[in-house]
Design a protein around this ligand. Structure first.
Ligand code: 3PG
Length: 207
């Protein structure tokens, strides 16, 4: 699967900050069972790599990737721990070289036409628009589609269940990313029914 194939598997990719590796399997089973198979584990907690490994090993239906990948060394580590794709808030020459060298699906963050063109010049045509709502959201995506119709996006940042369908209606949006599916309090309380309900609702979102 390439990055676009992965993004097209579900309308929403949960962006996950998992504070405890012991949550990994139940969380992944809950989200996948509710219809969201593509999971982004952000590398923002000390346990994140362990969470990746545990989900990869225990939940074969999950398509699990690493988020907040900031440099090539982190991308190597994430791949070593089972990441099936990578997501970054931006793109640096180091990350671009690493993405090319490893060849696995990689979604760099962009916020402008120049950044999108730079990513495409590195061979990366499926992009994360970040932070989507702050940099122009749907208006920006509509404007980019004219000159850059070959680029596809996963907008992330400030999107919720009310805004998601409006993004999903755009021709250059493959899915949206968001953290609203896993409120930190629900995650800490292991409130799987609450998370399953949010995920099931997200799985039905369409334009
Ligand atoms: C992130 O990387 O933090 C994502 O953009 C999540 O954004 P959100 O919390 O606004 O959904």
């Amino acid at each position: 699967m390439n990055a676009l194939d992965i993004l097209r598997m579900a309308p929403v990719m949960p962006v996950l900050v998992v504070p405890d590796a012991g949550l990994a399997e139940d969380l992944a089973h809950t989200l996948v069972g509710a219809g969201l198979p593509v999971l982004e584990i952000t590398l923002r907690t000390p346990q994140a790599l362990q969470v990746l490994r545990r989900i990869r090993d225990a939940v074969p239906q999950a398509v699990v990737g690493a988020g907040t990948v900031l440099d090539g060394a982190q991308w190597d580590q994430a791949l070593d721990h089972g990441a099936m794709f990578g997501v970054s808030p931006g793109l640096t020459p180091d990350l671009a070289a690493s993405a090319q060298r490893r060849g696995e699906p990689f979604l760099p963050g962009v916020a402008t036409a120049s950044e999108a063109m730079y990513a495409a010049a590195q061979g990366l045509h499926t992009l994360k628009l970040f932070p989507a709502e702050a940099v122009g959201g749907r208006t920006l995506l509509r404007a980019l589609h004219g000159p850059l119709p070959h680029l596809m996006f996963c907008p992330t940042g400030g999107i919720d269940s009310a805004l998601a369908p409006q993004y999903l209606a755009l021709p250059n949006v493959a899915c949206v990313g968001g953290s609203w599916i896993t409120p930190p309090a629900a995650l800490a309380a292991r409130d799987w029914p609450a998370i399953a309900a949010l995920a099931a609702q997200a799985a039905t979102l369409r334009a």
